[in-house]
Design a binder for this molecule. Sequence first.
Ligand SMILES: Cc1cc2nc3c(=O)[nH]c(=O)nc-3n(C[C@H](O)[C@H](O)[C@H](O)COP(=O)(O)O)c2cc1C
Length: 271
Amino acid sequence: MCQMWIAILLICLFCCGCRAKPEEKAAERRISKRIALEDAMIKLPEPKRNGEMSLEKALGSRECKRNFTEQDLTLEQISQLLWAAQGRALDAITGATRTAPSAGALQPLELYVVSKDGVYHYGVEKHILKKIKERDRRSQLANAALGQFSIAEAPINIVITAVYGRTAAKYGERAPRYVHIEAGHAAQNILLQAVAMGLGGVPIGAFHDDQVQKVLSLPQNHEPLYIIPLGSGLTNLKNFQTNINYSIFKHDPCDCDPFVYHFHRLSEIGT
Ligand SMILES: Cc1cc2nc3c(=O)[nH]c(=O)nc-3n(C[C@H](O)[C@H](O)[C@H](O)COP(=O)(O)O)c2cc1C
């Protein structure tokens, strides 16, 4: 009899244990998810508003840099580059604007940062980075851009994407023109800011849109327009000549433009 009661007691304890475990596990999962999420949100430091280099000096020394040292960028530098591209500023009419103009203030651009730590989306309003993808995707991104090695070597790439619909809602057929002009404004801001901080970069337009979207897991309507590798730049065109993998796009007639472009560039620099 006594043995029977002990057996019943043990069964009850076992059942209780079984019931408790999934709840505990769920709670643990919730906590670790919250920690992961907090970890994935990076509040960027306040950007500086008084750099040491004049605009004229930055303009005069701007040139594309396609080779980089291995030195990582600091969070301050990343913050400054993103702010230059699309950061919040003030204007006299609406009170709120950004560092680059936007047709109808419709702000179609969305920025992403691709580094060795993963892929991040830039939240303009809160000046934050939100991690959307783990792990280093730079080599995959370089492959999507016809093997352009600068993308894989640079400590960070800023990818400018656009949501055309935001501008099209007001401007209809004229929207693509406005959106592309705006991407140019943002890209030039980034490149000049880089020069002013002693960094370098190159605006890259030759890539397969669909592959870039896939590698970065971009939302369908965030269409990539520019990839800008950035870092401590070196002037070394030799690698530029030899490392491009032409075979990726040689056989695809849609990609003849980048090929002609690179071919032209190679002859331009005398090889
Ligand atoms: C729309 C656009 C697309 C470009 N695409 C690429 C590219 O895919 N790869 C690259 O290495 N440079 C690219 N560049 C950079 C040009 O090659 C570079 O600006 C040009 O050779 C002049 O050199 P500089 O900027 O040093 O004066 C692009 C520039 C622009 C404006």
